[in-house]
Design a protein around this ligand. Structure first.
Ligand code: SF4
Length: 474
């Protein structure tokens, strides 16, 4: 053999081709006969195809140590998000909410039930804990319930964090996740003044949005208030970028992705994140009524993505967020932080959540599991435990060591591994342990199918599609 094979994973992509990927996310398609010649050491090292393989560090004619050190540099870049430790800190000022979403994951409280409100002392301890994170960038995201039901507490935390930051001098950002209905001009002006961005939920046109996310007060028209308040927010802010929206797919959303995307465009959004239902809270309890087989979501997702590509071709710039995230991993050497799909998993080390009572969970989903009496992923409580005990304790070490796709069964050999991630909380919730069982794992099925589809699209070599995908990365 005139060349040395370097580590790579491979899988038959279709009847005539194999897909090869390596640890740093480089990929190449080889015809069946080329693949066999390549692995048998019979490929001409002066052919264009071999040059291509060599440029991706899948084989080499040079000294192996030199190529390995180049791969190591690329690998460090891909994993550079690990350097800074936890930057996303989600805080739950209250569990109160004025909606009654059919898939609510947090066992919300009614608006007049103050039994799950945060105290000032707990809030103070949370901010103190947050600023012990070594990360130079801190994002505090208010979750609920709906945090606008206790806006005084949101203000208290913002101002406490700004005060702490006078000394710490980190890059500090705020986000509030709200259904918008309780916002008024005074609140929005405050949010603007403190640079607190708004993240909201929009499930589609009026009938669908109101079915998935009805308000507790049945007299009120949720979608109409949402639309009115969205305009008010944008007017005060002076741009459309201050508010982004997320959608959740219930059974009622299936077959309607085109309507949902059209509604996002009508309301002036330039991106959407097509999300399937998470198996927590009411979504798990009322599974029969609102859930669906993951295959149905995948089918709808592909149709939605095709529709978005067509819109872009016709001149409407509009991004599908999940595809953009995966494409960044597939097409660029850069690191991408997405807590839900990272290796090692982002739980605790990229994002963490502080509940109204000061309990600290490794992710929002872990907090949801605690509502149903599973406290496995609770790191401690800010009123009782030190930062070191919670973030350098045995539990978090154990969770993270069980959450690297590089060494999980099946994932370690999967051709899509460089673009994928582990989710020990979801594995525990769905399959009873942190490792999970890939052949029946819904997350795996979904991610695998979507990455496969993106590769199919890239492999068409359609210059229009490639231009659109690159425009999403910029
Ligand atoms: S979760 Fe599935 S798609 Fe992702 S790396 Fe593991 S086996 Fe591959």
């Amino acid at each position: 053999m005139d060349y040395q094979l370097l580590p790579f994973r491979f899988e038959r992509f279709n009847d005539t081709e194999y897909l090869l990927t390596n640890e740093v996310g480089e990929y190449i398609f080889l015809q069946n006969e080329d693949f066999h010649r390549f692995v048998n050491g019979e490929m001409d090292i002066h052919s264009d195809l071999f040059y291509d393989i060599e440029s991706k560090q899948i084989a080499t004619t040079d000294k192996v140590e030199d190529v390995v050190s180049m791969l190591a540099t690329k690998f460090r870049t891909k994993k550079s998000i690990l350097r800074d430790f936890t930057s996303l800190h989600m805080v739950v000022p209250t569990l109160r909410c004025n909606s009654s979403c059919i898939y609510c994951q947090v066992a919300r409280k009614n608006r007049d039930d103050h039994s799950a409100d945060m105290t000032k002392q707990t809030a103070k301890n949370i901010v103190k804990t947050i600023f012990q994170s070594p990360s130079p960038c801190i994002k505090i995201e208010f979750q609920g319930g709906d945090p606008s039901t206790d806006f005084e507490m949101v203000k208290y935390i913002i101002e406490e964090a700004e005060w702490q930051n006078l000394f710490k001098k980190k890059e500090l950002d705020f986000v509030i996740c709200t259904n918008l209905t309780l916002l008024n001009e005074k609140i929005v002006k405050y949010l603007k003044e403190h640079n607190c961005m708004i993240s909201t939920s929009l499930d589609g046109p009026k009938d669908l949005h109101d079915t998935n996310r009805p308000l507790q007060d049945k007299e009120l028209d949720h979608h109409a208030i949402f639309e009115k308040h969205l305009s008010m927010i944008r007017e005060i802010w002076g741009n459309n970028d201050c508010a982004s929206a997320l959608m959740t797919t219930s059974k009622y959303s299936l077959g309607r992705f085109k309507d949902i995307i059209d509604e996002y465009i009508r309301l002036g959004f330039n991106s959407i994140f097509l999300r399937s239902l998470n198996p927590y809270g009411f979504a798990k309890q009322y599974k029969e009524k609102i859930a669906y087989p993951i295959e149905d979501f995948i089918e709808n997702y592909k149709e939605g993505l095709d529709y978005i590509i067509e819109l872009n071709k016709k001149g409407t710039f509009f991004v599908e967020g999940f595809a953009a995230l995966l494409l960044r991993r597939m097409l660029t050497p850069f690191a991408t932080g997405f807590v839900d799909l990272q290796s090692p998993a982002g739980v605790g080390i990229a994002g963490v959540i502080y509940d109204y009572d000061g309990s600290v969970y490794v992710s929002d989903e872990a907090r949801m599991m605690a509502r149903f009496k599973n406290y496995y992923f609770r790191l401690g409580n800010v009123n009782e435990n030190s930062y070191q005990e919670m973030f350098n304790g045995e539990l978090l070490h154990h969770i993270i060591s069980s959450a690297c796709t590089e060494c999980l069964p099946v994932c370690s050999e999967c051709v899509f591994q460089p673009y994928c991630g582990a989710d020990p909380v979801r594995n525990m919730s769905e399959q009873g342990d942190m490792i999970g069982f890939r052949p029946t794992n819904e997350m795996c099925k979904k991610t695998k199918s979507i990455i496969h589809y993106l590769f199919e699209l890239l492999h068409r070599h359609d210059p229009e599609i490639n231009r659109i995908f690159w425009s999403w990365l910029n």
